[in-house]
Design a protein around this ligand. Structure first.
Ligand code: GAP
Length: 460
């Protein structure tokens, strides 16, 4: 099935509802940098918590880490980023625009967009030149070459240089992994597609250290585990696929690599959201050579020492959050209503707000009862209390926010302590004793399916 391009509508909804704003918007924006609003930060935090839970908390063979963004500049020499983390660029001397050499044929000429760079008679293109993607800054008061530091372009190196610290502190034995979530920065030449490719983003990376020879077996295991994780977020299975890197695509450190791709719809189609890489002993061996410190693992039981191979799983928190938003966006007609509705069909466990609480009217003791229920539920779930406007409008506002449940306090609540609970996906409304609301929401959140598929709400 061909998925439509929803980017334009999504960018507008994301701003209107407070998922994502353009950075420094009042100054005209910063190139490809985005801010997460009240709903967006909750959604992204839920994604990161899901990853941390699956990769660290649920496993006894992976440890957590939070390494600093600024690292010793030698790290980036050893890792190969100073020499090799670059794109070949071509400049136009006439209009001063810069293009990626490998994307020239897809780029419009700024002076005549119907032509490609180089096709206009006045175009004067340079030969391709390497342009390093790392952001440079200076540490300390003096701005000279001795004080240059880089904003990390990947979080992985913080893990490699801490490999022995973590192993010795935790007494883990190979095979084991180290995981972290953190910001990374790349001076991308062709950023774009909303938060898909940005210059500041967050990565969730895990390096799994294994004995050489067992690496391809672990590579396959991690590939399978990571794909499962994306399914569990509610991404449609037919929108996910693997893409194997051919010889020419492999990064400088990779022995083998697969991307997990998501179908973003329209012309963008399938694009990488996660990389699973076999980095061999490339990084540890480089750091051992450049630092002069032995980084070998000592296997006392087998009486041998070696540099472990590394299987890396690397997923962008922003990119997977974007995939979740694209996957969730839908417009529907509503039987009996002229206006359709826009729904963010987010998985209930990821939704920024779990339930809305709505007093039907602002009188007859309904607000007091509703506030009491909201306060009780808030101890466990994110709750949005809304008493403004017609109830239908309040439902629609929460549909757009992706809120899976809505609880209405009405005349029945006042008469017999039952509430109406509405599920976002099928818009079914049923009555339930107020005392059972928290249990039912808990049951929903435990089940791994969309609200429309949950049939266990029985009317009282
Ligand atoms: N340590 C390996 C590494 O960084 P990568 O394939 O360059 O590998 C991994 O990046 C993931 O980080 C990508 O799959 C993507 O989700 C995310 N990512 C990379 N560059 C990005 C950018 N400019 N904007 C947003 N996310 C990005």
């Amino acid at each position: 099935m061909a998925y439509p391009d929803v980017f334009e509508k999504l960018v507008s909804l994301a701003k209107r509802r407070g998922f994502i704003f353009q950075s420094s918007e009042i100054y005209g924006g910063t190139g490809s940098v985005w801010d997460y609003g009240p709903l967006g930060v909750e959604l992204k935090n839920n994604v990161k918590a899901r990853w941390w839970n699956a990769m660290v908390r649920q496993r006894d063979d992976v440890e957590g880490l939070d390494a600093a963004i600024l690292m010793h500049p030698k790290v980036w020499e050893a890792s190969g980023h100073v020499a090799g983390f670059s794109d070949p660029m071509i400049d136009c001397k006439t209009c001063k625009a810069r293009f990626r050499a490998d994307q020239l044929q897809g780029a419009p000429c700024p002076r005549k967009p119907s032509k490609h760079p180089g096709e206009h008679a006045d175009c004067l293109l340079t030969e391709p030149r390497q342009f390093n993607l790392m952001f440079k800054t200076f540490m300390g008061p003096v701005e000279d070459s001795a004080s240059v530091v880089y904003l990390r372009p990947e979080t992985a190196q913080g893990i490699f240089v801490n490999f022995l610290n973590v192993q010795q502190a935790t007494r883990q034995k190979v095979p084991f992994g180290i995981a972290q979530i953190g910001k990374a920065f790349r001076n991308e030449i062709t950023p774009g597609n909303f938060t898909f490719r940005t210059r500041e983003f967050e990565q969730m990376e895990m390096q799994f250290f294994v004995e050489p020879g067992s690496d391809m077996e672990w590579f396959e295991r991690w590939k399978a585990a990571r794909l499962e994780w994306h399914y569990a977020l509610g991404l449609a299975p037919d929108r996910l696929q693997f893409h194997q890197h051919g010889e020419t695509e492999l990064a400088h450190y990779a022995r083998a690599a697969f991307d997990i791709e998501f179908d973003f719809g329209g012309t963008l189609g399938f694009q990488e959201i996660e990389g699973v890489h076999n980095r061999s002993d490339f990084d540890l061996s480089q750091h051992q050579t450049v630092s002069g410190k032995r980084l070998e693992y000592v296997d006392q039981a087998a009486n041998k020492r070696y540099l472990p191979y590394v299987i890396e799983t690397s997923v962008g928190a922003d990119r997977v959050t974007l995939a979740i938003l694209v996957n969730a966006y839908r417009e529907e007609t509503v039987p009996g209503e002229e206006e359709g509705r826009t729904v963010m069909g987010l998985h209930p466990t990821l939704a920024p707000i779990t339930t809305g609480v709505f007093p039907l009217t602002k009188k007859d003791g309904m607000p007091e009862k509703a506030e009491k229920l909201a306060a009780e539920l808030r101890k466990e779930f994110p709750v949005f209390y809304d008493d403004a406007g017609a109830i239908g409008r309040r439902y629609r506002r929460q549909d757009e926010a992706g809120t899976p449940f809505g609880i209405t306090i009405d005349q029945n609540t006042m008469a017999n302590d039952t509430v109406t609970i509405r599920t976002r996906d099928d818009m079914q409304q049923i009555q339930l004793p107020i005392t059972q609301v928290a249990d039912r929401i808990r049951a929903y959140l435990r089940s791994d399916v969309s609200t429309a598929e949950v049939k266990h709400f029985s009317p009282v």
